[in-house]
Design a protein. Structure first.
Ligand code: FCB
Length: 476
């Protein structure tokens, strides 16, 4: 028996860790990845609809036009969630369904979809966690400059307030943005995601305006939803490890950490940009998009922080691809990412390193005094097999990461870990990688839309039942 198969077998009988009663177990999806219904009920185009039409942008020339057809099959999704026995479901609202051009009046037919979904979740006792922006910017706003412009931050806050006003009687938990690093650096600097730009100044402006939009949305949600609302943001965070102990690789790791992690965590959690960010981008941007008062908004107190963790990063020093700073993209920071030797990987080739989750959580608590309570809002494992068969690697992945996270929660002074959401409920459209990678607890047959629970779904359901029995018994 290989080590990984033995590990998976041991994990499949393992109990869930002894987190306290009240811990929130959940699973997550995002609008563009599951809904389909692209042209229905007045939905406008998003930057992903347009990006998917660009030749070569997405594997297999795929798009989210149909995806898992959750726009029609949402009842199946709710049945799956209820059957799994989790407490909460994190999904996102598609901005272009609510405001087809990103501004102006609310499109009631689009809102009705989420209204029905929220009702169905509440009827089954499932707590909705609503993400307001999971990457699907209305194309009309992109045509006016997108996140490069300050106006988009204003429009986002307006939209967030409208949605909160409409759903706050049943939704308490709000996530403003999902992974602003990806929306800015991957979308506007690397060009691997929509809108597919490769810019320097523009990408850094996008990062700032996303954060500003977050800060303004926090205020708009609180104003519309009242004191019961709990508002947070979801960041993708990874420890960055130098590939070797050389000074050059250590410096490369610090650069990547600045751009990936601290460009976002410092403003949100400490109300300041990290030292070194402006120096790193000298010649690329003059940061003229920052205005007095912005950081105060961006650093507004939050009720929770959402952490998405997938893998640890290893950085080696590398020459800049573009020697002239004025023409450099914000992704070109003189760093090459390398694969760690001897580390197992998921079907996508992502290193499996639960310790990285532990280190991320401990690192946050150490760096930011008064850290808000934390939810792990995404963590998951992909396979490339198109079958609902056994998925022992997913079971081992979940068990390993939960163990690491709860170890951090016990050890981490100042860390209040409130919950864990597995990514994802169902296989879905994995952005530029199309439909190849499958992250779901349930398999989706894309030809028929049929969902079939995998072994990991049954495993998690049974472990949750056992955990509930245990924690009920130990309740005072
Ligand atoms: C995260 C995204 C999510 C999903 C996972 C695999 O970066 O937030 O939508 O694609 O990766």
């Amino acid at each position: 028996m290989s080590a990984s198969v033995a590990g998976a077998a041991a994990a499949s009988t393992a109990d869930l860790p002894d987190v306290p009663a009240g811990f929130v177990w959940g699973t997550a999806t995002a609008a563009y990845q599951i809904e389909g219904g692209a042209g229905e009920d007045g939905r406008g185009e998003s930057i992903w609809d347009v990006f998917c039409r660009r030749p070569g942008a997405v594997a297999g020339a795929a798009s989210g036009a149909v995806a898992c057809d959750s726009y029609h099959r949402w009842r199946d999704d709710v049945d799956l969630i209820a059957g799994l026995g989790v407490d909460a479901y994190r999904f996102s609202v598609a901005w272009p369904r609510i405001m087809p051009t990103g501004r102006g009046a609310l499109n009631q037919a689009g809102l009705d979809y989420y209204d029905r979904l929220v009702d169905a979740l509440c009827e089954r006792g499932i707590r909705p966690f609503v993400t307001l922006y999971h990457w699907d910017l209305p194309q009309a706003l992109e045509d006016g400059g997108g996140w490069r412009t300050r106006d988009t931050a204003e429009r986002f806050a307006e939209y967030a307030g409208l949605v909160a006003g409409a759903l706050h009687d049943r939704v308490r938990d709000w996530i403003t943005l999902n992974e602003p690093y990806c929306s800015s650096i991957v979308g506007y600097a690397e060009g691997r995601h929509a809108p597919g730009a490769t810019e320097g100044h523009g990408a850094l402006a996008a990062a700032h305006h996303l954060l500003l939009g977050h800060g303004k949305a926090v205020a708009a949600i609180r104003a519309a939803a009242g004191p019961a609302a709990r508002v947070g943001i979801t960041l993708n965070l990874s420890p960055v490890v130098p590939a070797t102990a050389t000074d050059a690789d250590r410096a490369a790791a610090r650069r990547l950490d600045l751009v990936l992690n601290r460009q976002f965590t410092d403003p949100v959690l400490a109300g300041a940009y990290p030292d070194g960010l402006e120096r790193l981008y000298a010649g690329v941007s003059d940061f003229s998009f920052r205005r007095v008062g912005d950081l105060r908004r961006i650093g507004a107190p939050l009720d929770f922080l959402g952490v998405n963790y997938y893998y640890r990063l290893y950085a080696a020093d590398a020459p800049h691809t573009e020697p002239d700073p004025a023409r450099r993209s914000a992704a070109d920071i003189g760093v090459r990412q390398v694969r760690p030797a001897g580390v197992g990987t998921t079907g996508l080739g992502w290193p499996i390193e639960p310790e990285g989750l532990h280190d991320t959580l401990i690192g946050l608590a150490g760096r930011y005094p008064g850290l808000p309570p934390v939810y792990i809002t995404e963590n998951g494992c992909a396979e490339l097999r198109d079958e609902p068969g056994p998925d022992p690697e997913r079971i081992a992945f979940i068990a390993g990461h939960l163990t690491a996270a709860t170890r951090a929660a016990v050890a981490g002074d100042g860390l209040d870990l409130l919950g864990y959401f597995y990514w994802s409920l169902i296989d879905n459209f994995e952005w530029a990688r199309g439909y190849g990678p499958r992250f779901g607890l349930a398999h989706v047959d894309y030809a028929t839309g049929i969902r079939t629970p995998k072994a990991s779904y049954h495993w998690l359901r049974d472990r949750l039942r056992a955990w509930r029995k245990r924690t009920r018994r130990s309740d005072p």
